[in-house]
Design a protein. Structure first.
Length: 133
């Protein structure tokens, strides 16, 4: 179906790092998102594409919306939280990223399981390195 095909194509462009086709993938995903506004898979990919395009504020807006719309504690919710923290850090909003991560560590110390916990720790390390500069 069209959604699965467009999502697969966008994932390929995102992972291959083909920046010339990334803008086209974003346009296609944004159109698809208009037709399916509640589809979290589409929104997550749009946010990741925005991050790849260094549109961190736009990415943060998408991930913030996902965090508020997804079931708390679900894998997609943890991914949205992680990506929101990354977007804040890359946008230079270090304090906001740190506060969000610290609150998450207090309220959800498991951080979504082993794999995601490692990614959150990597982000904590990045935040500490950014603060040390």
């Amino acid at each position: 179906d069209k959604i699965d095909w467009t999502l697969a194509l966008a994932r390929v462009e995102l992972h291959l790092g083909n920046d010339s086709q990334l803008a086209e993938a974003i346009r296609g995903l944004e159109e698809l998102r208009k037709d399916h506004p509640g589809d979290a898979r589409i929104a997550e990919l749009v946010g990741l594409c925005y991050m790849r395009s260094q549109r961190y504020d736009s990415a943060a807006n998408i991930f913030r919306t996902l965090v508020h719309g997804l079931p708390e504690g679900s894998a997609p919710w943890y991914r949205a939280k992680l990506n929101l923290i990354v977007a804040f850090r890359r946008a230079g909003q270090i304090d906001q990223a740190r506060r969000l991560l610290e609150a998450l560590e207090i309220l959800h110390p498991d951080l979504g399981g082993e794999h995601l916990r490692e990614r959150f720790q990597q982000e904590r390390d990045s935040l500490l390195a950014t603060s040390a500069r």
